[in-house]
Ligand binder design. Sequence first.
Ligand code: VGL
Ligand code: ZN
Length: 198
Amino acid sequence: MTRALIVIDLQNDFCPGGALAVAGGDDIVAGINAQMDRAASVVLTQDWHPAGHSSFASQHAGRAPYDVVQMDYGAQVLWPDHCVQGSQGAAFHPGLVTERADLILRKGFRVGIDSYSAFFENDQTTPTGLDGYLRARGLNALDFTGLATDFCVAWSALDAARLGFNVRVLMDLCRGIDLGGSMARALEEMRAAGVELV
Ligand code: VGL
Ligand code: ZN
């Protein structure tokens, strides 16, 4: 197996002080940097929304962050404005070693659709291209780290398992949001899909 380290959304807005801060989000940076030396390849993802993105509560009259609405592609949690393209909040945490990355994959860049997973947008059919990139390079085993465990990490790991990759989530190097039981649900779904939680 040839193993890639995938670092999900380790951006300022998901770290303490950011617009959608995940508790302890910055605690995992040093540990992730340390893992990079062991990986055959390092891929970073970057949540990358245009201003006025449809996942922002600010775009839905009468709605508040963390409400759930029905989009044409299914249920969507509404978030505070975050990771706006080119903003400081969308930049990687300054402690993250970005030089080691072979690929930086941006997602969520279409105004009308969110993309938690690094493989498919939230309609679960529009590909980001990551599957093809990894396959073409012979990277068949993936270690997931980053933010947030129960959203972008879990959706990415579940898609990767469905696509046939050997998938591990390095739990010490992830932090979650835990919205209405989303953490327990995500862990259960990952286990059921054959994702190794290590
Ligand atoms: C994420 C909510 C909205 C994540 C991204 O990286 O888990 N969560 N956008
Ligand atoms: Zn987002």
